[in-house]
Design a protein around this ligand. Sequence first.
Ligand SMILES: O=C(O)CCC(=O)C(=O)O
Ligand SMILES: [Fe+2]
Length: 282
Amino acid sequence: MTRALEPRTEQWIVQQAREGQPPDVLLQPLLEAGWTQEDATAAVEASVRRWMESHARDAGLPPSVPVPSPIELNGASVLRAHDRDITVLANMRLPRVIVFGGFLSGGECDELVALSRPKLKRSTVLDPASGGDEVHVDRTSAGTHFARGANALCARIEARIAALLDWPIDHGESMQILRYGPGAEYRPHHDYFDPAWPGSVKQIARGGQRVASLVMYLNTPEQGGATTFPEVGFEVAAVKGNAVFFSYDRPHPMTRTLHAGAPVLAGEKWIATKWLREGRHD
Ligand SMILES: O=C(O)CCC(=O)C(=O)O
Ligand SMILES: [Fe+2]
């Protein structure tokens, strides 16, 4: 329970925060009035959060929702996830992106590729109008998918993802496998369902919005094939066994999660993607 602030004090705190004053300036009057550090911090955080939420509503933004939040900035470099130690290679706040090293073993990558190869079909994108799947130039890859628990390997990887991201297994969609040949790419897009598209309704009815993506690299392309975040000039190299996580707490470009699979310039690129929903996905 957060200790209540005088409206006047809350206004002052929000004003200072908007002017870019650091946290100790916002806390000072409360500490001087005898508040504990803990109560003062909670009250300041709550004031700023309330203001941001009301501002977002006024600006017509969709409300923010909880998302998987596996690590803090400058936290542990190695994380135990179910059955495996995973390293943290990079950690960015906006967009919220984390690059994990050694998420899959080389053998697991090879096995997923071998299981997928005989099942590949030309990839589709969501038709904005109907919410159905369609073939499109934006996505020149071939793919397939495995339902949750489809085989022992997928079940193990799903348990690892759930442990690492602290997000229930049943909030995950089926595992999507993609193979990009030379020249193939996935043009810039967001993974959330755009609320403005009529077809999104059908998707959102099954487990709510997507709130995070985990792209796992199943091989290392000879050249090209990075996952790029063009709005912020950041790219993640596709390295076998590594994975890139990103989350989006509202279905809005302000999350800066526009991303792409850059063209494969030589060789091929294989990935497994797990999309996570707000709720149980069946
Ligand atoms: O190929 C990549 O690096 C990105 C894949 C992607 O954006 C997706 O699967 O949604
Ligand atoms: Fe994507």
